[in-house]
Write a protein that binds this ligand. Sequence first.
Ligand SMILES: C[S@@+](CC[C@H](N)C(=O)[O-])C[C@H]1O[C@@H](n2cnc3c(N)ncnc32)[C@H](O)[C@@H]1O
Length: 200
Amino acid sequence: MSEPSELSTLRADWDARYRAAPLDAPVPAAVLRDYAHLLPAQGQALDLACGRGGNALFMAQQGLQVDAWDFSPVVIAQLQYVVRERHLDITPAVRDVLAHPPAALGYDVITVSYFLERALAPALIAALRPGGMLFYQTFGPVRINEHGPRNPAYRLEAGELLRMFAALSPRLYREEGRLDDSQQGLRGEVMFIGERPAIR
Ligand SMILES: C[S@@+](CC[C@H](N)C(=O)[O-])C[C@H]1O[C@@H](n2cnc3c(N)ncnc32)[C@H](O)[C@@H]1O
């Protein structure tokens, strides 16, 4: 069966971007890098819509076994090359995460950065094991500079991650809006870390 044309166009756009962009070393999202002390020492992790895999590489360096999924075959081939060269514990896969979200109770850690698909929230919560952690960072409601989408539908609303992941215990939430010196701090973006409560 052929893909809906909107999806194949979107995927072709991402493929073209990844073919054209320089192969710079990917970096993890700040929510993961700055709060790495909240990661478990071992376990199964997922970098969802991983792109070049900055989060996956970082989580593997922290001792986690990582799945890295993206629907762009171009970027997954790029990541596979890095994984093979460096003998890392990362399993990259081409996967449309909307059609094939993660299975329930599959992960100790899930990281999502700069990818906002609201409909996936229940599946992400269900995919965490008890005590599992979600690290999320993406563009917020206040567009302070040229970064990120212009269309507000692709940006979070104020407090939205807290509502979206209300089933998780919040361990960190940062949304600084336009308060005071907007050149400092985390501007235009939002961070959330949530923990799935243990099942009693
Ligand atoms: C803005 S990039 C972010 C990549 C990475 N998370 C990062 O922080 O650099 C968004 C990514 O989502 C991927 N993507 C978009 N829709 C997807 C889908 N339905 N399933 C899997 N990946 C998707 C794109 O290929 C792209 O790599």
